[in-house]
Ligand binder design. Structure first.
Ligand code: 6PG
Ligand code: NI
Length: 184
C-alpha cells in the first residue's frame, strides 16, 4: 500500500512544507492605517507588527481551490489604537472566508460595501464566517501574541486599495482600558 505523506506540517504552531509562503509586515509597512499620525512617527518603523504563514496549494486564481494561513499579530498600540492588519476586501468581492482564533485575544473588524462596521471578539477556539462583500481586519486587544487561522478561496485575491484610500468607517480604540469601536 502506498503511503501518502502530508505535504503540510505544523511545527511549534508554524507551517512548514511545500508551497508555504511567509510574509512579514513591519510598522513601517502599515503607514497610513492608524489615526494617531504623531504617535506613529515617534515609533520605530522596523517593529514587527505581524507575520502571515500561508499554505497555497493551488495557483492563485484557481476556481474551487482553497488557501490556508496563520497570522501572528504582535501586541502593541499606536496612540490608543491596537496593532492591526491592513485589512482588505477580496479582489473577487463575493468570496467568503473563515477565521478562527488560536492564541491570545483580539477583535475581528468587519465592514460591508455600505460601510457598515461591526466587530466580533476573537479568542482561542472562536470561529468567524466572513461573508462575501465584507472587508476584514484583525486587531490584537491583548498583551500577548494573537494568532488566528484563516481559510479562503484561491480565487479570492486581495483588494487593499479600497481600505488604503478610505479606511474602515470605524476604529477600534482602547477606551478606559477596554476595546471600543468608534465611528469616524
Ligand atoms: C486573506 C486572509 C488573511 C490575511 C492576513 C493578513 O484573505 O489572505 O484574510 O490571510 O491576508 O491575516 O491581513 P492583510 O492581508 O489584511 O494584511
Ligand atoms: Ni481575506
Amino acid at each position: 500500500m502506498e503511503i501518502v505523506f502530508p505535504r503540510l506540517f505544523f511545527a511549534g504552531n508554524r507551517l512548514l512544507g511545500e508551497r508555504v509562503e511567509n510574509v512579514s509586515r513591519t510598522l513601517g509597512d502599515l503607514r497610513g492605517i492608524f489615526a494617531d499620525v504623531d504617535a506613529f512617527s515617534r515609533m520605530p518603523q522596523n517593529i514587527l507588527a505581524y507575520e502571515v504563514s500561508s499554505f497555497l496549494p493551488e495557483q492563485e486564481g484557481t476556481p474551487g481551490g482553497l488557501y490556508f494561513g496563520i497570522t501572528y499579530l504582535h501586541p502593541g498600540k499606536v496612540g490608543n489604537e491596537y496593532f492591526m492588519t491592513k485589512g482588505h476586501f477580496h479582489a473577487n468581492i463575493d468570496r467568503a472566508e473563515f477565521y478562527w482564533g488560536l492564541e491570545g485575544e483580539g477583535m475581528l473588524i468587519l465592514m460591508d460595501q455600505l460601510r457598515r462596521v461591526w466587530a466580533e471578539r476573537v479568542f482561542p477556539g472562536s470561529l468567524h464566517y466572513i461573508p462575501g462583500g465584507v472587508a476584514h481586519r484583525m486587531a490584537n486587544t491583548g498583551n500577548t501574541l494573537f494568532s488566528f487561522a484563516a481559510c479562503w478561496p484561491s480565487d479570492a485575491g486581495h483588494n487593499y486599495r479600497e481600505i488604503a484610500d478610505h479606511g474602515f468607517a470605524a476604529r477600534l480604540l482602547e477606551v478606559d482600558g477596554k476595546p471600543q469601536l468608534i465611528g469616524v
